[in-house]
Design a protein around this ligand. Structure first.
Ligand SMILES: Nc1ncnc2c1ncn2[C@@H]1O[C@H](COP(=O)(O)OP(=O)(O)OP(=O)(O)O)[C@@H](O)[C@H]1O
Length: 239
């Protein structure tokens, strides 16, 4: 089976000369449909860079990023933007919700940008909001919602439509552990339904929802927990 996401020898160097920062060094990583991978590692080890490169928000300096069989390198900007919108859901560390739009409008935005009719996109947004337990909040604005609710709106925006790759950068960062766990359960459920997911986290309990944990150190993948027995069936029965 073709992995949903494949990084092949991916390096990312910020800047050049003596001040160059090697944020990623020759990273190989494949994520299959149905799989949730947790990325851990110390601050500055390259976790956000890995997500940005995987999501096409930043370009690899060398190596290839392949999403659903499409190599990002060499794609015209418009094609890359379309691939990002259609295939990739991204939960940003700082959420990036637009304050002037309601929760439903925020969630619907990527679909509308993709040419889906507004009514259809808003109906999809309502379903995505229900999926994250915010059915009654479609018409609320971000500043009328709690931090945890805003986080769930951002998750709904990443899950709307037929996205097959979901990338989340510390999605539980500012949340209490119960809400954080709920967010990971949502990502887990989407992966169980056939998506591929990567979640950056510092929290080993959150990483417990993943099928495997990869660790970055100074931009290099130093461990890949492939082959570790899956713990999610245990987690599920105890939740
Ligand atoms: N745009 C940039 N320009 C220059 N250096 C950068 C840039 N983005 C990241 N870096 C550097 O690349 C390295 C990796 O950063 P990155 O944010 O990917 O790490 P991280 O593991 O996500 O850190 P944290 O856990 O603190 O979020 C760091 O040394 C950082 O300073």
């Amino acid at each position: 089976m073709t992995p949903v996401l494949e990084l092949r020898g991916v390096s990312r160097v910020h800047g050049s000369g003596p001040t160059a920062v090697h944020a990623l060094r020759e990273v190989d990583l494949a994520v299959e449909a149905g799989e949730l991978v947790a990325v851990m590692g110390p601050s500055g080890s390259g976790k956000s860079t890995l997500l940005n490169v995987a999501g096409g928000l930043d370009a690899a300096t060398s190596g290839d990023v392949v999403v659903e069989g499409t190599t990002m390198r060499g794609q015209p900007a418009a094609a890359l933007a379309a691939l990002r919108r259609r295939a990739i859901g991204y939960v940003f560390q700082d959420l990036n919700l637009l304050p002037a739009l309601t929760a439903a409008e925020n969630v619907a935005l990527p679909r509308e940008l993709d040419g889906i009719r507004s009514r259809t996109a808003l109906a999809e947004a309502a379903a995505a909001l229900a999926e994250v337990d915010l059915a009654g909040y479609a018409n609320s604005f971000p500043d009328q919602m709690s931090g945890g609710q805003r986080q769930r709106v951002a998750i709904a925006r990443a899950l709307i439509g037929p996205r097959r790759l979901v990338l989340a950068d510390e999605p539980t960062g500012a949340l209490d552990s119960v809400t954080g766990e709920a967010i990971l359960k949502l990502l887990r459920a989407r992966c169980d339904a056939g998506a591929a997911g990567i979640v950056v986290t510092h929290d080993a309990r959150m990483a417990g929802w993943a099928d495997r944990i990869v660790t970055l150190r100074d931009g290099a993948l130093v461990s890949d927990g492939t082959g570790v027995p899956r713990s999610r069936s245990t987690l599920r029965t105890s939740s």
